[in-house]
Structures are given as C-alpha cells and as structure tokens.
Design a protein around this ligand. Structure first.
Ligand code: SAM
Ligand code: SF4
Length: 473
C-alpha cells in the first residue's frame, strides 16, 4: 500500500511520523437538490490508496478535457463519481452506504458513477443493488473511460467497463494534479503476485508497465510545470519491467528520473520484498535526488504465516533485505505494512511479528486487522481469528512499534534536515514539511513565504509520531 496523507480510511491505526495531515473524504449525509446543476459539472470523491488518488487525478483530467468543470459539492454536480476501494470490507461497505443515500432520489438530474476497485469487484451487481447508478468502470478498465463518458453523453442509460484482460495502461493528455509540489506518476499498474488475502490482482488486473521513454517524457513535462518532487507509483512498483526495447531496470529508471533538470526529489512506493535488489539501494546511495526512504511491507514476522499468505519470502530472507538497506552509506528510512489475525495465526506467530519489529527497527508501520475478501484463497481458510482477538493483537503490534519509533525519533533531536515546505498553520510562523526520509517536520520560522521552498530545519523535540523543529536561518 501506498502511503499517503489522503487515505486515512485505509489505516486501521496509523502510527507514523511519515504521513501527513489527513484530508480524508467528506463524511456525512448527502444532500441532493432538485435544482438543475450545470450540464457539464462533476463531483469526484476518492477512497483508498495513493494509486486511487492518482487515478482520480487522471479521471478529472479526462473530464476536464471533455469540457467538464469540477465542483466541490454533490449539489452542484451533474455527474457524481465515487472512486472506490475494496482492500478491506469496511472500505467497500462505505461505498454502498454512500450509494444508499440516493435511494429516495426521485429525478434523473444526476448521473451517478462508481469507479475503481468496488466497481471492478461487484460489476453489474452494483446496478442491481443501486439501480440509480448509471456508470460502472473498474480500475483495470480506465483506458475505456473516455468512451464510456461519450456513451453517457449520447444518452445511454447504463454503461459499464470491467475488462481485466487488458494490456492497456491509463494514460491521459491532461491530469489535474492536486498537490502543487509533488506529482504522482503510475509506472506500473495491476499486480501479478497472488497474496492469498488480497483483492488487488482481481480488481486491478495483471501487471502492465509503462515504457520508460513515456515515463521520462511525463517527468520532463512535470519539471517544466514546476514540480520538483516526483512519486512513482505501483502496487509493486519495483516489479517494473520496461516494455520498450530500452529495457531499463527499475533502478535505472529511478536514476534517469532523478537526472531530469528541476527534479529534486524522487520517491517510489510500494516495493515488494521479493523484487527488492541491491541495485535499488546502490542507486539511492549514489543519487542524492532519490529520497532516503523505502516502504517495504512485510505483513507478518512468521515464516509459517508468510507461506500461508503466499508472500514468496521467509522472515530470514526479508531481514536480509533490511540488512542490505541498513548497510547503505546514508541512512534510509524503512516503513512497513503488517496484517494481524490472519487465519490460523497463533500466539507464537504474533510473538514472531513483535520480534521482527525489534529486528527491523521500522520508522513507521501501517497495521491492519485481517479482513476476508471475495475471490481470495485466504477467505475459506480454517481457524479464523475472532475480531476481538484481532483487535488485541493490533494493539500489541502498535504498542511495540510506538516505543521503537519513540527511540528512533528521539535519536534525531539536534539533527538538521532539508524540508520541502508544504503546509502553513493558521498561527503565524508555524510551518510543516517533509524530509527526504519522508518524516513530517513541524517547525517555526521567522520567514513569511515558505510554501514550496526547500529549507534546513533543526529537530528540537520528538515523539513517536511527530518531529518538531526550527528553521535554521
Ligand atoms: N502491494 C503492496 C504490497 O504488496 O505490500 C500492498 C498493497 S495493499 C493496497 C496495502 C496493504 O493493505 C497491504 O500491504 C496489506 O497490509 C493490507 N491488506 C491487503 N489486503 C488486506 C486484507 N484482506 N486485510 C487486511 N489488510 C489487507
Ligand atoms: Fe496485493 Fe500482494 Fe499484489 Fe501487494 S503484492 S497488491 S498485497 S497481491
């Protein structure tokens, strides 16, 4: 998973100084007006991971390219789109409760559309459960979106795109980017791994990488537009395989992106441990523009559970990757995802996960209670763990990680980091930004215009989830 300030609903618990302020989806009842909104207006709400956030940026681009205007409220919109997440059951339920709000809606003024992973997973059932929905487009079928919109505009009552046997990637002429400093760029879509708990291979289809030249062309365009930080995205970003004759490896692509004039920071997420090689660490070590942070989800510290999860590595192999990262010449932050309560997980397995936390010394962890998902092989495994017990295990993992983070963050007091300033408090002189290692640093400065600047900040105090500092002027 992808790690982002824009996906609070994805995290059962967030214990991480490495994520930012939350800007989650607006909650609450949907108010529908009977007034006629402008014909070419759209409202788009996004759930889930960073890839969904970026898909929404591209969906918005497709619509803007067709003359639509984005509006801030459902009330003001003709076209209402939900870009959905189905990674855990709660996330999927949320969408149906949103759609339920339209049940009593009498008119035809609004076109309701469901995009993303729930659309891919539920398909036609969405029309049955929520007959007022007119567009269903799965996350593996976005390349069809312009045609689907055209069909709706031509008056078709219901349109649907759900192919997964695609080798197309979702590329758009226009992408409406939300963050003024950091641009997201998907370099690989879908997933060919088959983790036994995960819906992603079903909802996002097979792996498709973008040609390196097309990635580099877009980064050049972004640099010209003023973006200095690029985040390369993929469910398993480091499984990237250049489909063009250039055959650039992922590490070579990182280096090439970092070499583009104007680019000061390059991030990438999420890395799969199996495909994480020394060449990536060497690239980070030798290219300062490559950020010193790797998100390398382990999921469990027990080899027995990792086997049942079909993660394709053992505890020992994973810890060898961590040792390789720790041997780098510059310190590299490492973060992880953990699932607790996988079927058959014993007390001993939980202890192994806790001891892995000690061994790995993560700088941040996203921990989740296992949620059985449709189509996945884990769904029918015996020895389900009761929800209450999953909750207890989650708390134990987070307690242990909290102490690790406290110590790791306190060790940074007195150090100075370069921060890209991306937030200003209402209180004058209070700012926040992100270090190359992806930690958030809240700081004070006598200067008045800092947004978008790279500035040195000395860490004055630290807690498990927060660094506080002052601008070194
Ligand atoms: N591709 C990434 C990887 O392999 O690490 C993860 C992508 S997934 C969108 C983000 C995270 O959600 C996973 O790392 C896992 O911890 C969690 N996750 C996925 N399926 C889950 C499930 N069925 N129940 C609980 N957590 C789940
Ligand atoms: Fe899901 Fe595993 Fe693919 Fe990650 S690697 S998206 S967890 S199947």
């Amino acid at each position: 998973m992808i790690y982002s300030e824009l996906m609070p609903q994805q995290f059962d618990i967030r214990l991480d100084t490495l994520t930012g302020a939350s800007a989650g989806s607006p909650e609450g009842a949907i108010v529908l007006s009977t007034g006629a909104p402008g014909d070419k207006t759209f409202y788009l709400e996004t759930f889930g991971c960073q890839m969904n956030v970026h898909d929404s940026e591209k969906v918005a681009g497709v619509l803007l390219g067709r003359g639509y205007r984005q509006v801030e409220t459902i009330d003001a919109a003709k076209l209402v789109l939900y870009n959905t997440c189905s990674i855990r059951e709660k996330a999927a339920q949320k969408i149906f409760s949103r759609l339920g709000s339209y049940r009593k809606y009498p008119g035809e003024e609004k076109i309701i559309g469901v995009l993303g992973c729930v659309a891919q997973q539920e398909g036609e059932e969405i029309f049955e459960r929520s007959p007022w929905v007119r567009l269903v487009c799965g996350s593996a079928s976005y390349s069809k979106l312009p045609d689907l919109i055209a069909e709706l505009e031509a008056g078709n009552r219901r349109v649907m795109g759900l192919d997964t046997d695609t080798d197309a990637t979702f590329e758009t002429e226009i992408t409406r980017r939300d963050n003024p400093f950091r641009a997201y760029l998907t370099i690989i879509e879908g997933c060919d791994k088959a983790c036994s708990y995960c819906v992603v291979p079903f909802t996002r289809g097979p792996e498709r990488s973008r040609a390196s030249a097309s990635v580099l062309k877009e980064v050049r365009r972004l640099a010209d537009a003023g973006y200095s930080e690029i985040q390369l995205l993929g469910q398993t970003v480091n499984s990237y395989r250049d489909p063009s004759p250039k055959r650039k490896t992922f590490a070579e692509l990182l280096v090439a992106v970092a070499a583009i004039p104007g680019i000061r920071r390059v991030r990438f997420t999420t890395s799969h441990p199996r495909d994480f090689g020394r060449d990536i660490v060497e690239a980070i070590d030798s290219v300062p523009e490559l950020c010193d942070h790797v998100h390398l989800p382990v999921q469990s510290g027990s080899t027995r559970i990792l086997r049942a999860m079909l993660r394709t590595y053992t505890r020992e192999e994973y810890l060898e990757k961590i040792a390789m990262i720790r041997e780098a010449r510059r310190p590299i932050s490492v973060t992880s995802d953990i699932i607790v309560g996988f079927p058959g997980e014993t007390e001993e397995d939980v202890e192994e996960t806790l001891s892995l936390l000690d061994a790995a010394q993560y700088d941040g962890v996203f921990a989740f209670q296992y949620s059985p998902r449709p189509n996945t092989s884990a769904r029918n495994m015996p020895d389900a763990i009761p929800e209450e017990e999953k909750g207890r295990r989650l708390a134990r993992v987070m307690d242990r990680q909290r102490e690790i983070q406290r110590a790791r963050n306190e060790a940074l007091v007195g150090e100075t980091f370069e921060v890209l300033v991306d937030g200003a408090s209402r209180r004058p002189g209070q700012w926040s930004g992100r270090c190359s290692n992806n930690r958030i640093l809240n700081f004070t400065s006598p200067q008045e215009k800092l947004l978008g600047e790279y500035v040195p900040v000395r860490v004055a105090s630290a807690s498990p989830n927060c660094l506080v500092g002052e601008h070194v002027v």
